[in-house]
Design a protein around this ligand. Structure first.
Ligand SMILES: CC(C)(COP(=O)(O)OP(=O)(O)OC[C@H]1O[C@@H](n2cnc3c(N)ncnc32)[C@H](O)[C@@H]1OP(=O)(O)O)[C@@H](O)C(=O)NCCC(=O)NCCS
Length: 137
């Protein structure tokens, strides 16, 4: 089943992401790639999945400050076990680094000013009705 609110990221969230120091210059006002992260029926952030020659990338990733550390991004990754996932984590973004490690990513290779982390596929595609959604219809 398709998520009812898929693709509709409130502009206020996009604007908040654009103000986030760790994402400066990387969040565009318009993007067709974003998927919402939902907490108790409310869109509180987004991922930006796209497949590359290295694997699936999901950045920019953003969660509103009041909804962080509730497992939303980890739940999104867990909902896509079939994906080979790659993330570039700038040095200094310890929150993102720890989150990716908690989601099963391992250090892969150094890049300019940061580390590429990679998660091998951990299973086959899941039938998930509310992708990335926690707690509620
Ligand atoms: C990084 C970010 C996307 C993480 O999203 P999140 O929904 O809070 O992450 P999750 O709740 O799924 O992951 C939680 C786990 O990741 C780790 N983690 C996440 N943020 C952390 C932080 N600030 N400090 C330490 N560990 C952290 C912990 O292991 C945590 O589990 P715990 O709370 O049980 O200890 C969010 O903090 C954010 O939007 N940051 C600003 C934008 C950004 O930096 N994006 C990534 C760019 S590479």
């Amino acid at each position: 089943m398709k998520n009812k609110v898929e693709g509709v990221i409130p502009e206020a969230i996009v604007r908040a992401a654009r103000q986030e120091p760790t994402l400066r210059g990387r969040v565009f006002l318009c993007s067709k790639r974003r998927e919402p992260l939902i907490y108790e029926g409310q869109i509180v952030g987004f991922v930006t999945p796209h497949e590359t020659t290295m694997g699936w990338r999901h950045g920019p990733i953003f969660v509103l400050p009041g909804f962080r550390r509730k497992g939303l991004v980890q739940a999104y990754y867990a909902a896509h076990p079939e994906r080979l996932c790659v993330a570039f984590i700038p040095d200094g973004n310890t929150g993102s680094r720890r989150m990716h490690a908690a989601a099963g990513f391992k250090d892969w290779k150094r890049g300019p000013g940061g580390m590429y982390m990679r998660r091998e596929p951990v299973g086959t595609a899941l039938q998930v009705s509310h992708m990335g959604e926690l707690h509620g219809e």
